[in-house]
Design a binder for this molecule. Structure first.
Ligand code: SAM
Length: 274
């Protein structure tokens, strides 16, 4: 879908899906997702998520917004029976191919908008519903997201969310100047070529519509749907080079020594009464 006139944020679903569909092969072939490295055994689940989720052995895990399945299949390697859900069919086709390459035969891939996930999954519930980095900014309504997540968790199970910290969205490229409004809740319409995985990639479907959600919005949405917050951890490192000063160490990107530390990611676990 290309924009001949000014894009209407109400068309977020069509714009975002076309944008993601086009970026799938770039991600599948690029260094950022390092698919060959993953096939060779590279760990794709962030270390803090492994520790915070705990053992997934024998658990049924749904990865919501699973993209090309590298993290989903990372959980499968740790013993989970995985289902990946995403609205991009090319992403799921890539994930299915990848599952074959690493010999995971029982992974399931479901194409749906997150907001339709309950019916797309025939009301199935999961021990663990996992959502990884870079997911919530694509969703206009965090309350509806929380309703869907809560419906997908089985009694006694939990939702685990790892996300970029919304405070990070306020910072300019220098990683120190507060440039953007934390409390702005208007949709952002972007028209930008490339992707975070390859800033120079040649792309056509460049319009996307993204949404800011404050930490309070996310927590309150989970409380409103009756999930019990077990922890909320803030992390000083991040996972993509959004500021010019970031330095790589231990598989993460960090602000340099002497730079004021601010939260760049957060993770939480919220459980459903058994
Ligand atoms: C940044 S990626 C997630 C990356 C994932 N954490 C990983 O590293 O593999 C965001 C994903 O959300 C999906 N997505 C965006 N909006 C969606 C929606 N409304 N419903 C379902 N999937 C959506 C995109 O197709 C994309 O695969």
């Amino acid at each position: 879908m290309s924009a001949d006139t000014a894009p209407d944020p109400a068309d977020w679903l069509q714009y975002n899906r076309a944008n993601w569909d086009e970026r799938v092969p770039i991600h599948a072939d690029g260094a950022f997702y390092d698919v060959d490295g993953f096939v060779a055994g590279r760990e794709t689940v962030p270390a803090f998520a492994l520790a915070e989720v705990g053992s997934v052995h024998g658990k049924r895990l749904l990865h919501s917004q699973c993209h090309i399945g590298t993290e989903t299949l990372g959980w499968a390697r740790h013993g989970a029976a995985v289902t990946g859900l995403d609205f991009s069919q090319p992403a799921l086709d890539t994930a299915a191919e990848l599952a074959k390459r690493i010999g995971v035969e029982d992974a399931r891939w479901v194409a749906a908008n997150v907001y339709d996930a309950v019916s797309a999954l025939h009301e199935e519930q999961f021990d663990i519903v996992y959502t990884g980095l870079g997911a919530l900014c694509w969703l206009p309504d965090v309350d509806r997201w929380a309703q869907v997540m809560a419906a997908l968790v089985k009694p006694g199970g939990f939702l685990y969310l790892a996300e970029f910290h919304p405070f990070g969205n306020t910072l300019a490229r220098d990683g120190i100047t507060v440039k953007y409004d934390y409390f702005n809740r208007s949709p952002h319409v972007w028209d930008e070529p490339g992707t975070y995985a390859d800033f120079d990639a040649d792309t056509r479907e460049n319009v996307s519509v993204q949404f800011d959600h404050g930490l309070g919005d996310i927590i309150n949405a989970l409380i409103r749907v009756g999930l019990r917050l077990e922890f909320l951890n803030e992390h000083e490192m991040t996972m993509f080079s959004r500021y010019d000063v970031l330095q790589e160490r231990d598989g993460f990107l960090w602000l340099p020594q002497g730079h004021p530390r601010v939260p760049l990611m957060f993770s939480l676990r919220a459980s459903k009464a058994g």
